[in-house]
Design a binder for this molecule. Sequence first.
Ligand code: SIN
Ligand code: FE2
Length: 217
Amino acid sequence: MTQDLFEEEPLAYVAPQVMAPGAVLLRGFACDVEQALMHAVEQVTAAAPLRHLVTPGGYTMSVAMSNCGALGWVSDRTGYRYTGTDPLSGQPWPPMPDCFARLARRAAAEAGFGGFRPDACLVNCYEPGARLSLHQDKDEGDMSAPIVSVSLGLPAVFLFGTTRRKDRPARYRLVHGDVAVWGGPSRLAYHGVAPLAAGEHALLGRQRINLTFRCAA
Ligand code: SIN
Ligand code: FE2
C-alpha cells in the first residue's frame, strides 16, 4: 500500500516529519481524539461564534475565527491584539477544553518542546476559497513557546517559509488529524494557507477547522 493511493485517509501517527529546524509535522497525531475535539469545537463556537474579522487595512478576512482560553486573538481597524474578552459579547472567551490543552501539550512535547501550557487557542474555520496570507505569529508575549496547529476536516495546502518574507515557502498538504508545531529557530517563520479547495469531508462536511495554540501572555 503506498501513501499516494490513500492520501485522503488520515494516517496513524508514526514519527515527526521535519519542515525546518524547530518545525515538524506530526501526521495523524490528533486522529485518536477527533471526536472529543469536534465536540469541543462545537461547544466553543456556540459560546463564542465564528466571525469574519476585519484587518487594520479594512479587509474582511475569508477565514472565520473564534477563540478559547484566557486570551483570544482579534483584529479590527485599530490593529491586531490579544484580549481577555470576546468583543462580540463582552464576556471572557470560553475556557480551553481539557482535550485541547492535553493534545497541544502532547504534540509540543513530541516536537521537543516540553512543558507547553497554552493560554490561547485560535479557532479558524475555512470554507472552500478561504485563505490565509503569509504572516508571522508575532503578537505573543512568550516567543520561547512554540505554536501548535491542529488540522481537522478538508485538506489544505499549508505554506511554510523562513523568517524572511522574500523566501518562497514550501507547501505541505495537511489533512484531518495532522498537527504542525513550530518554535525555536522557526518560531517567527512566515506561514499561511492556500485557498481551500472544494470538497466534502466525511465528518466535517465542507469546511476545514484549524486550532492554533499559543502562549500569548
Ligand atoms: C494560522 O496561521 O493561524 C492558521 C494556520 C492554519 O490554518 O493551518
Ligand atoms: Fe499564524
